[in-house]
Every structure is written in structure tokens, then in C-alpha cells.
Design a protein around this ligand. Sequence first.
Ligand code: ATP
Length: 473
Amino acid sequence: DQNKFQAIISHCKEYGFIFQSSEIYDGLSAVYDYGQYGAELKKNIRDYWWKSMTQMHENIVGIDSAIFMHPTIWKASGHVDNFSDPMIDNKDSNKRYRVDHLIEGFAETLAADAAAALIADMEALLKENDFAGLKKLIEDNQIKCAVSGTVNWTDVRQFNLMFSTQLGSVSEEASEIYLRPETAQGIFVNFLNVQKTGRMKIPFGIAQVGKAFRNEIVARQFVFRMREFEQMEMQFFIRPGTQKEWYAYWKEERMKWHQSLGLNPANLQYHDHVKLAHYADAAVDIEYNFPIGFKEVEGIHSRTDFDLSQHQKFSGKKMQYFDPEINQNYIPYVIETSIGLDRCCLMILSESYEEQDLSTADKQDSRVVLKFPAKLAPIKLAIFPLTKKDGLPEIAKELMASCKTSFYCFYEEKDAIGKRYRRQDAIGTPFCVTIDHQTKEDGTVTIRYRDTMEQERIPLAQVKEMVMRKIME
Ligand code: ATP
């Protein structure tokens, strides 16, 4: 549903969630800035992931490694040679395509059987890196899929997705380095540091969150595919031979995490990889049903001992672990969980966004509401004095002072209460309280719930505790 997708993009801009980067200069393609509420939402998701991974798992610790790394790391990891997508240009329109996206687009116009056959053919050719075959597949299918006119394609070629830059001044010996295309390698190269200093015993994990950069061939679909984005990754180090069990464990554990965000289980699915990356012996995606269809949000990969072995080979350092239980040295195997924070924000926005018609017989009315889980909402509680006088703002500000040390609150005294409620709905604030004249008499306030729009009176003294309880759920 492209309309819903466009509506979400407009809403994000209008209410301070996500802006096009460098907008006053007409923008920068596939780069986005998070505004005041987007930054809070993103932080809340990041914190929730971090806590679930580290605090909630006694054998997982978090690190924060640098974006710049020794260039040989990307040789060892295979990114210099393999981190590329096949692309093709249309000579008539001068448009560039990622080959797999182009063919997937063709498949969408076909009946289910034919589409599945086309995708299977594509995956087989991709696996063999058969570029001539891929070009032929495109030419054969453009007619079937009604791509109009004669289409004049270039050959298929590889396009490396890494950004490079120079480290050091020109007069010194400058060396070419890369902006990391994933955070995982920062974990692998710190494996020994963390294992030794943390006296970690296998199985154990290392988590980190940070920016990654990819020069995507066609970057579109809002924050789904960006050139600068944030990843939340965890590498779980295990004894060789136990990868099947741990892969199954993390596959399930991560799906549970997604469900704990309040997502409808019907909007989540697994997608097994047919074409495995050069480092993996099993891989699955968790996909979410975005308004633009089911798409990858997270990958779970069984990476064998590929990365640590490569770093041992290229650095000359022993990337080994002595396992006291079996009295043996080995290079650990790894299960990775890798999720995009921006895609996760888009997932939560897509799930939460609702346009509601609230018209009654005598009045047209509607609202846009973001039904965020309370723990992820940018603002938890809005506090409104009914009027600007009679001592009501004083009581409201006192409540504000007592709550803001514990969670994010918003204070407002302008406009009619109904209007104020609607503005909070649009940014997903789960609770609003109004201080009125009755508050002065009996110490109660009106609390209004975002999703049901129901209102009830509760003691002022209970507001803070109630909100605290809801955001811990
Ligand atoms: P895709 O097939 O969509 O290009 P990928 O399989 O290359 O993604 P991974 O390398 O497995 O992605 O990266 C792990 C996670 O990082 C993805 O599941 C996704 O959430 C996120 N991610 C990857 N590339 C981007 C991007 N360009 N913009 C935003 N998030 C991204």
C-alpha cells in the first residue's frame, strides 16, 4: 500500500520524526536526519535492544568500537573482494538497477508460479556469479513483464558498496581506509581483548550498536535503505559443532524479541536464505510486513569460524580459546544477529500508524494516532493545566518536576484540551493528564488514554507510579 507508506513519510516530516538530510540544499539522496521525536523513538528502541541483549543475558557484554579500522580488516573479512552487488544500466533511460531488485520487480508482475520460477532462476545464476546468464534472464523477461519499448542494457557488473577515504594528511603517507559497512568486524577484532579482560567463558556474546555505511546502488524506500544507517549486532561465540543448536536458539529468541515490541505476529515471518554469503553455513531473515510488503529487518547468520580464522591468518595473532571443559584450544564458531535500527524504527512506525475516522451523525472528525508501546513512545506523559490561571499551572508544573527526572514529559497550557490531545496522539504519547478546578478540591486529575481515548479520574499522587509501571511492561 504505497499510499499508507507515503502518508507515514509525510507524517514523520510534519511531526518532527524524520527529515530528509540537507533539506534546505534540496537534500542528499538516501540520507536522513532524525528530528526531536524520531531521535527519542530511535534511542528508546536502541536502549531496549541493548538491555535485552546485555543486561538480560549474563553472558553477553556490549562494546563500542571505532568506525575507522585498519584497512586489512576488510581484506580479511572478504569485503574488499566480495561486498558488492551486481548492477545493470538501462542505456535508454540512463537508469541504474540492482540486478536482484530489477528481477524481483519483474516477478511481482507475474502469477505466483511463474514468479517463483523466475526468482529460483535468478538465485541460481547469482550463486554462480553468472553475469551473462543474468543479463539474458533480464532480456527474456522484460517482454513477459511488459517493460515497454526496446530496452538496451549494459553488461552486468559488480559494484562494491564500501565508501573509502584517506587517513592522514597528504604530505604524510596517506592510506586509504573504509567507512565500515557493518559493525560486526569491530567485534571480531576485539574478540581476544574482551574474552581475556572479561574472563568470558564460551558460550558468550559481544554486542554493539553503531553507524554503518554502504553506497547502495539504488537507495530508495525512505529509511528502509539508506547510505548511512545504524546497526545493532551481536556475535555469539560457541564451541565448534554446536552451531545448529545455537542458530535455532537465536532464531527463536530474536523472533520473541520482535513480538515483545507489541507487533502483530501475523506481520512477522522467517525467510530462509537460498544464496548464502561467503561466510555462512545457514542464514535466515526476520521479515516484517511493511506497507511496501514483507521485507528484511534482521538477519541471523551462522558464520562458522570464518571471520576469526581470517583475522588469525591476516594478523598473525592466534584467535583461539582454551576450553577448560574439554581441555582443548579452538577457534570459536559464531552465530550473529544483525538488525537495522532505522528499519526497526520504520517497522514500529508502520505498525503504530493509524488514521481513524471519528465522525458522528452531526460532526465530521478524524485523527492520526501512533499507537507506540509505552516503552518506545518519545514522550510518555503530557501534562495540561485546563486554564492558565487559578493556580492550575502551578500544580501542573509540580507534577512535571516530580516526573521528568524519571521519564520524558511534555507540558503545554495553550489551546483547547481536545486540540492538545490530538497533537499528542500524532506523536504517540500514551497518557495525558489534565489538571482542573476539581484537582484543587479533591486531588484528582483526568487521565486520558491515547488508544481508547477514554478518560477517568485518578489521584494526582498516583500518576507517576502508573506511568512508570506502564513503561516497564
Ligand atoms: P539487503 O538485502 O536489504 O540489502 P542485507 O542482507 O545486505 O540487506 P545485512 O548485511 O544482513 O543486510 O545487514 C543487517 C541488517 O542491517 C539488515 O537486516 C538491515 O536491517 C540493516 N541494513 C542493511 N543495509 C541497510 C541500509 N542500506 N539501510 C538501512 N538498514 C540497512
